[in-house]
Design a protein around this ligand. Sequence first.
Ligand code: ZN
Ligand code: ZN
Ligand code: FE
Length: 757
Amino acid sequence: MSAVVQSTSGRRRVRVQGLVQGVGFRPFVYTLARGLGLGGSVRNTPAGVEISIEGERAALDAFLLRLRPEAPPLSRIDEVDVDDESPCGAVDFLILESAARASGSSDVAPDTSVCDECLREMNETGNRRSDHPFINCTNCGPRYTITRDIPYDRSQTTMSVFAMCRECRSEYDDPQDRRFHAQPNSCPRCGPTLWLDRAGGASASAVENATRLLADGKILAIRGVGGFHLACDATSSRAVAELRERKRRPHKPLAVMARDLAAANELCILSDADRAALTSRERPIVVAPRRPACRIAAEVAPGGATLGVMLPYTPLHHLLLRPFEALVMTSGNRGDEPIVASNAAAREELETIADELLLHDREIEMRVDDSIVRTIAGRARVLRRARGWVPAPIDLGRPVEELLACGSDLKSTFCLTRGTVAILSQHLGDLEQFENVRFFHETLDHLKRLFRVTPRAVAHDLHPDYASTRLAREAGLHSIAVQHHHAHVASCMAENRIDGPVIGVALDGTGLGLDGTIWGGELLVADYRSFIRRGHLRPVPLAGGDAAVRQPWRVALAYLRDALGTRWREQDLPLMRAVPAGSVDLVERMIERGVQVVPTSSCGRLFDAVASILGIRHEITYEAQAAIELEALADASVKGRYPFEIDRGFVIDFRPAIAVIAHDASIGKLPALIAGKFHNTVVAAIAEAVRRIGAEDGLRRVCLSGGVFQNALLTERMVQALERAGFEVFLHERVPTNDGGISLGQAVIADAILGGR
Ligand code: ZN
Ligand code: ZN
Ligand code: FE
């Protein structure tokens, strides 16, 4: 008889790695095991979760079979190791205390939008959390932004100062409850409070009073999960214009929060991918084509054909949006500084912008901006990776060294690597601003601690004067300089987990080249270790360095002179009317004499030049403004293209195109038609150069990277053209195609160099 028992029952030890802490994993295991009649235990360890199960073999198999597919929504299982053990007669199933901390680590989850069950409770009259602005459970709520250290326990979060009431405590202790070990668990009695700073008053009336102020056209600073927003009624031109004035932000689009999906659909034409992104747990800002007749004030996104829209993601947002179709919700910061997170900083830095501050006392340990995605070529692609995604590791699919990569100076992020993953920091802004450098340090210390990474080397951009390069040098580690566009291409390869060699098409604004000139329209043949510059746009002289970036007319002048010589003045072009003649003469002399000029093959500058030649934009107030407006204007139904030439060295010459574009513009052809045809021209030229390189080098995989690929029209046509030519095309999806993805590229290149891979 005993022999039969032994053959039908057993005991297994199961180790689970991944995102398995702070996401309701242990109660899930508890419920699953008990449901199958298994005994044993589950506990958190520094490396993940360790489970012992004992009972009938069929039940043990069922447990293992159901572990992955039924795991809680916020969890992510990377690895499951199973060992046989000898049974010890366990009948009960227990949740044990966390094992003592050792080295190694388990992941901290990103912040997650409030779940449907919590929302239902919040909207239920009589529920003890009715209208509670801080409702959350194991399946939702803040994580990364409130966590000081691991393991993820309440004492290690900014919720430690709030003592749970008896009812909250019993939920927290009950493995069967949705709030079992939900660290930010609270209720109106024991949780954080909300108040209007100037008017005062209690939590209960704060939301009501705040919405009244917003309805009156006032501007509010609202403390959220990753920092402050500046909010106003998005349908009020006056309120939005006032916000722009006070924030000194004349044109850059402002994000809007719509009440729900139906309201968002009134504002924008949404694709299936857009809808999925809008309602995803990450709740990013989704950039989508704006409905021409929508009620949003024109001042929200002047000159654009798109609108950045998101849905409420905290309980407070849901409460605030009740009476509104949409609110402007833009980052609460001064100029291009980091998002403001503390009440004290808000009082100081936002006081001249906001009429009133809606504050709360749940501290933000780590500030994180909203993420931004745009659907390009059928998929929602992350353009700014921050709240909702950070610090979720990016699986590289192979072991890597422990490294730090400091990224680039614009749209800065850094990257840490460990094990088989890369941990990308949230968007840190432009490092030209000192405050953003401080933000960089703060975040680096934090992520190194959370993930227990000790980098043994540091990668940085080739540019010696970048703040990110200085930061890398200060680290005192072995340092590796990486060319900007090689990093772009490697970032795309790493994200798609492909090895080289590939043809890398890197189209962007600015990056220092190996020859000391500014690159940005590059065709590389690359693997992780090295690259060859196989082709590029024909360089033009950039007059005045940074001034040329802010004033597209300077680049237009360079292109016009390059294409037409002094004859360019015979054309009647808008730029001659928009720019003072003295300035034009001065810049033309600079170009002529080669004084204060740097040659550049930048594709971003080519877009700037055409925007100015067409009279769309001669000076910009935010990055890539001219190119964004050129795309917005372009008529996508236009078929033809302008002429171009490609020489044997794969140098792409757009002079013939510029000559015709200037002519077309001067005789009053519609800018929309010219812009459409210009997009087709860039696509045709790049695709043709890639085709020739592919034929010569026997390559058929192409990686597209760089900020220019944020342009949906260009990217979609480029993918079509390359696929038609028989290439396999890889794009970014979870990592930004702009400079926010540079740090990942630097890291994998440094890893390949160090590891001899
Ligand atoms: Zn919830
Ligand atoms: Zn409570
Ligand atoms: Fe770049």
